[in-house]
Ligand binder design. Structure first.
Ligand code: MN
Length: 492
């Protein structure tokens, strides 16, 4: 698998706004405070936060932004106005900025020093004043930045910053996402279609097609020793629930070949296949794809490259935990539940029970019985389902809050892994809102990435984001979709 960057190796630069009006002593304090604050924030976020400079003129800001843009490890900036920073000096620099920006409305002091406060203190500590001047120009420039408010040691504010840093890392990661596609979309299916050039422009995704025969050639080179090694890995992680070992070994061979193909052909981190396009394979890759998703690959079934790429990005943000392809499969209309699964390819990151390797017939696709992992899904009160659809003139990101729940009953005859969930705000409105928004049956579900993080990521991508959560009301939601449609048409 392609080497993934450790999130802490990404850098967010801290730029402080000020001016020369207050003299060198104040500027020295500003620099000291900024360094101390940036270091404190650094200890509470998954990336590296570094104080870069105090900005006092247009020329200095342009120079700082050029450095930010040119630094490959830098994924964004945090700005803060310690004193008053006349914001016309920010215009040229901000217009050059090519990375996400978080405006931290904070202070070095948490409380006012009521007994000693004087005009010197007021001049040195005027974030309330400076933040507004800065905010105006950012707003005037129509920049999609993030504002976080609070004392710099406030755990809530730090949590928001940590979250944003994770999103900025996902945004940077996204620019390098490549999807290896062993099939076109399933015939006649609409929602998995999309404009790959638009995805390349907006998210950075490179989506390449290869004939399945190219993979078959690699499968033919896999040795028994290589298969033995992966089988030993399976034995550590999974229970062997079949005596059809040759069928399992076939999947191990597929896994090694797919991983090798993706790694050696330029670092693909997303994989797409299709049950109807398997010439030269005798099983649909099930266990193989499940184990690869478990390791961090994004996967899209039936040619669904959008979900493969989105899955890879969300997996990275989630640290390869609790995230993967899911499909809204079948409802329990009495209890208001959905059983999510797929033909085979549910990620073991969702397992609440030790996954068992089983072999069963698969009615679709006309191939031999495939090996797959079977388990019951995890519970999580705060999970999300995310879909990405092409509206013809733009890409829409749909994010729904869901609650992953325990299976209410055993399903002894269910031959696949799955998760069960409740929709927010409730079953009826949750399902209706998703359908009104045009959300797909394929989603990336995550119990780690939050709805707010996906909204922020959508904002960084500059795309329409639709959120369905506990506050969604259908009539308002339908109006929101209509307004949004107009706005996004105008934006083009
Ligand atoms: Mn499907």
């Amino acid at each position: 698998m392609k080497q993934l960057k450790n999130m802490k190796d990404y850098v967010v630069y801290w730029l402080t706004g000020s001016q020369t009006l207050y003299g060198d002593d104040v500027l020295q304090h500003v620099a000291q405070h900024s360094e101390e604050m940036a270091n404190y924030v650094n200890e509470h976020v998954p990336v590296t936060v570094k104080y870069l400079t105090t900005c006092k003129s247009s020329e200095e800001i342009v120079a700082a932004v050029k450095k930010v843009n040119a630094d490959d490890n830098c994924i964004g900036i945090i700005t803060w106005c310690h004193t008053f920073s006349p914001a016309k000096m920010w215009i040229k620099g901000l217009k050059l900025l090519q990375k996400p920006m978080l405006h931290f409305a904070t202070q070095y002091n948490e409380r006012l020093p009521y007994d000693t406060i004087d005009m010197d203190f007021m001049n040195e500590n005027q974030a309330a004043h400076g933040d507004r001047e800065f905010g105006y120009i950012v707003s005037r420039l129509r920049m999609d930045n993030k504002v976080v408010v609070g004392y710099y040691k406030d755990p809530e504010a730090l949590k928001e910053i940590a979250s944003w840093c994770k999103v900025a890392a996902g945004y940077a990661f996204s620019k390098d996402v490549k999807v290896c596609r062993f099939s076109d979309n399933m015939r006649n299916v609409a929602v998995t279609e999309g404009d790959k050039v638009a995805a390349h422009i907006e998210m950075g995704w490179e989506v390449d097609y290869y004939p399945i025969g190219d993979l078959v050639d690699v499968i033919d080179t896999i040795t028994d020793e290589e298969v033995d090694a992966l089988m030993a890995e399976y034995a550590k992680k999974y229970t062997m629930g079949t005596d059809r070992i040759d069928v399992v070994r076939e999947q191990a061979k597929y896994e090694i070949a797919i991983d090798r193909f993706c790694t050696e052909n330029g670092g693909y981190i997303g994989i797409v296949d299709h049950f109807g396009a398997l010439h030269g394979l005798n099983q649909l890759p099930g266990l193989a794809i499940q184990d690869l998703q478990g390791k961090g690959y994004g996967f899209g079934a039936e040619g669904d490259w959008k979900i493969a790429a989105l899955g890879a990005v969300m997996q990275y943000m989630a640290g390869q935990k609790g995230t993967g392809l899911m499909e809204d499969y079948t409802y329990d209309l009495v209890d208001g539940l959905c059983l999510g699964a797929h033909m085979l390819e549910v990620s073991p990151q969702f397992a609440s029970t030790k996954p068992e390797i089983q072999v069963h017939p698969l009615g679709i696709g006309g191939k031999s019985d495939p090996a797959r992992l079977v388990f019951e899904g995890i519970e999580s009160p705060e999970a999300i389902a995310v879909s990405m659809v092409d509206m013809g003139d733009r890409i829409r990101l749909i994010v729904q809050k869901i609650e992953l729940v325990k299976y209410p009953h055993k399903m002894p005859k269910l031959p696949v892994a799955g998760c069960m969930w409740k929709y927010k705000p409730n079953f009826k409105e949750g399902v209706a809102a998703w359908i009104y928004a045009g959300g797909a049956h394929h989603t990336v579900v995550s119990s780690v990435v939050t709805a707010q993080e996906m909204v922020d990521l959508g904002n960084m991508w500059g795309m329409e984001v639709v959120l369905i959560d506990e506050n969604t009301k259908i009539e308002d939601f339908k109006k929101q979709l209509m307004w949004s449609d107009q706005i996004w048409k105008t934006k083009l």
